[in-house]
Design a protein around this ligand. Structure first.
Ligand code: SF4
Ligand code: ZN
Ligand code: ZN
Length: 312
């Protein structure tokens, strides 16, 4: 039987990721880590208007809970991609959570914004689901977050280690420069900065926190997630972590040492153009979202997206 790591505590440990803790001391340890990240990287200031990008999963629900508890006045924003058997379930959990905690929730769907759900799109185009899904979600989140000063996301240490390795493996240093506890090198009035309060929290710790806090969410996984590059990198890093504990933390720590130089190097591209169709920031004439949408239907997303977003 493993005892809690805190001196003066004789309780039995319920979790042991980087250290063994009983329930109360684990909650204290976890919350202190998230609070320290917010403080160290100045993620939030008192005048911020925060929207939390929510999926109804453990990570974003944890961020929503913590920011609502610490700062109040947060709004939850969810994107319904249209993934039968998955997103409808997580959105049901999110609606209940927001209703119990009196948090305003806004839901925007691909169907309303673009005229097709992800399920319908994947019947027409042959692309990896996460490629089109991630592009369209980022587009909608950014568009729907106007009027807010920060978008908080549930990205945890495992997600970030995966993103760093994915960008390194693909040779995308410029994209790696946009990672970190605050996202983006591009200072454009149209980009709302993204903040990651769980940046230093392991995925297992977030899962344990959400479970112990009894958020009432089901821990299910998108059916498309297994066929992505991210899934391959995730499995690879999980194997390495088992053999060499601390691998993911080392990736993050060393990346953070490099990040200031990367940001400086790629700050020169900060003066980017805008999509000629929808007006969103884009380094090409047409943004990726418009390219996808144009290939799936005649019109660009601007009008439909604007109409859907205007319902807020
Ligand atoms: S796993 Fe891929 S397809 Fe599923 S919600 Fe995430 S980005 Fe979309
Ligand atoms: Zn304890
Ligand atoms: Zn566009």
């Amino acid at each position: 039987m493993v005892k809690c790591n805190r001196s003066s505590c004789s309780e039995q440990a319920v979790i042991n990721v980087t250290a063994a803790y009983c329930k109360d001391h684990f909650i204290d340890y976890f919350e202190s880590k998230a609070a320290a990240t917010i403080k160290k990287y100045r993620l939030i200031n008192k005048n911020d208007k925060i929207v939390v990008a929510c999926s109804g999963g453990k990570d974003s629900t944890t961020v929503l809970y913590l920011l609502n508890k610490w700062f109040g006045n947060v709004t939850a924003l969810a994107i319904d991609e249209g993934i039968p058997g998955y997103r409808n379930v997580t959105l049901e959990d999110l609606r209940s959570f927001c209703s119990r905690n009196k948090i305003p929730l806004k839901v925007l769907s691909y169907k309303d914004a673009f005229g097709f759900s992800l399920h319908e799109a994947l019947k027409k185009v042959s692309v990896l689901p996460c490629n089109i899904c991630g592009t369209l979600r980022r587009y909608l989140l950014n568009a729907a977050a106007k009027g807010f000063t920060k978008i908080a996301t549930g990205h945890n240490l495992d997600d970030e280690a995966q993103s760093i390795m994915m960008n390194f493996m693909k040779g995308n240093l410029e994209l790696a420069a946009r990672l970190g506890p605050v996202t983006g090198v591009v200072m454009d009035g149209k980009f709302v900065p993204r903040i990651k309060p769980l940046y230093f929290c392991h995925e297992k710790e977030v899962a344990a926190y959400a479970f112990l806090q009894n958020f009432g969410i089901r821990f299910n996984e998108c059916p498309h997630s297994r066929i992505s590059f991210r899934a391959a990198v995730r499995d690879f890093l999980n194997d390495l972590e088992q053999q060499l504990p601390g691998t993911k933390q080392n990736i993050i720590n060393n990346f953070l040492k490099l990040l200031p130089r990367l940001k400086k190097k790629y700050a020169a591209v900060a003066d980017i153009a805008h999509c000629s169709s929808c007006g969103e920031p884009s380094s090409n004439e047409l943004c990726k979202a418009c390219v996808y949408v144009n290939s799936l239907k005649e019109s660009a997303p601007t009008a439909a997206a604007a109409a859907a977003i205007a319902k807020f």
